[in-house]
Design a protein around this ligand. Structure first.
Ligand SMILES: [Zn+2]
Length: 232
C-alpha cells in the first residue's frame, strides 16, 4: 500500500463515510435496521458538533481551540489528566484512554512518535497537526458522553430481544465514536476527519493491519447500507 496515497484519499472522505465505518464495527451492527442508519449517523454528528460549539462558547472561542484551552476545558469539566510513557498492550497502539471516574491518560511516548511520523510523511494537509490535541479532545468527549445522560447517543437504543412485556434494549458503541470524531474535528477546526490518523499511525507498527483498516474504511464508505451475516 502506498501510505501517502491512501492518506490523501482518506482526507477527502466525508464525516458520513467514516461514520459508516464506525457503524460497521459496532458489536451489534447486525441489529441496526438499515432504514435507521443514515438518521443515526446524522444525529450522532449533530451531537458531537453541538457539544463542540457549546465547549467553545464556554471558553469564549469561536474558531477552534488549542492545547492550553483544551486543558482549561478539561479542568472545568472536573477531568484529571495524567501522563504515561506508553501502553503495554501488544495488540493495539493506544494514544489515550478515558476512565469513567473522570481520568484521561495520555501516552506521551506513543503520541510523540506519532507526531514525528505525521510530519515525516510530509503530507500537506497534516502539517502542524497536534496529535496530543486530537487525542485529548477525543477523550474529553468521552467524559461528556459519560456525564450527559440526555445526549442522543445515550438515549438512543436498539431493541435486541423481547420476552413477554419486557424488551431488552441496548445502546450503541459506535455513536459515541461518531460524535467524538465530529466533536474533535469542530473543536480543533480540522479540515479532515481525525480518524484519518488511525491508519497513518498504525502503519509503522503493522502495515498489514493499516492496509486492512484503510480498505475497511473505504469499503464502508462506498456502501450506504452494509448487511453483515453475523448477529451478536
Ligand atoms: Zn473513542
Amino acid at each position: 500500500m502506498d501510505i501517502k496515497k491512501a492518506i490523501k484519499h482518506l482526507i477527502q472522505l466525508k464525516d458520513e463515510d467514516f461514520a459508516r465505518y464506525h457503524i460497521y464495527n459496532d458489536p451489534i451492527e447486525g441489529r441496526i435496521p438499515s432504514h435507521l442508519r443514515e438518521d443515526i449517523i446524522r444525529e450522532a454528528l449533530i451531537c458531537g458538533n453541538e457539544e463542540a460549539t457549546y465547549a467553545m462558547e464556554k471558553l469564549g472561542m469561536v474558531k477552534g481551540i488549542g492545547w492550553a484551552d483544551l486543558v482549561e476545558l478539561a479542568q472545568s469539566l472536573g477531568i484529571q489528566i495524567q501522563f504515561k510513557k506508553c501502553d503495554n498492550s501488544l495488540q493495539y497502539v493506544y494514544f489515550g484512554s478515558y476512565e469513567d471516574s473522570g481520568v484521561i491518560t495520555l501516552y506521551e511516548e506513543t503520541i510523540s512518535k506519532g507526531e514525528a511520523l505525521a510530519q515525516e510523511y510530509n503530507i500537506e494537509e497534516l502539517k502542524g497537526i497536534s496529535l496530543r490535541e486530537v487525542v485529548l479532545a477525543h477523550e474529553i468527549f468521552h467524559h461528556i458522553e459519560a456525564r450527559k445522560k440526555d445526549l442522543f447517543i445515550n438515549s438512543f437504543r436498539i431493541n435486541l430481544w423481547k420476552l413477554g412485556p419486557y424488551t431488552h434494549r441496548s445502546r450503541l458503541i459506535c455513536t459515541g465514536e461518531i460524535s467524538g470524531m465530529a466533536f474533535t474535528k469542530r473543536l480543533l477546526n480540522l479540515q479532515f476527519c481525525p480518524n484519518v490518523l488511525d491508519v497513518l499511525l498504525l502503519y509503522p507498527y503493522n502495515e498489514i493491519l493499516a492496509e486492512q483498516l484503510y480498505k475497511e474504511i473505504t469499503m464502508s464508505s462506498h456502501q450506504k447500507y452494509i448487511l453483515k451475516s453475523h448477529y451478536l
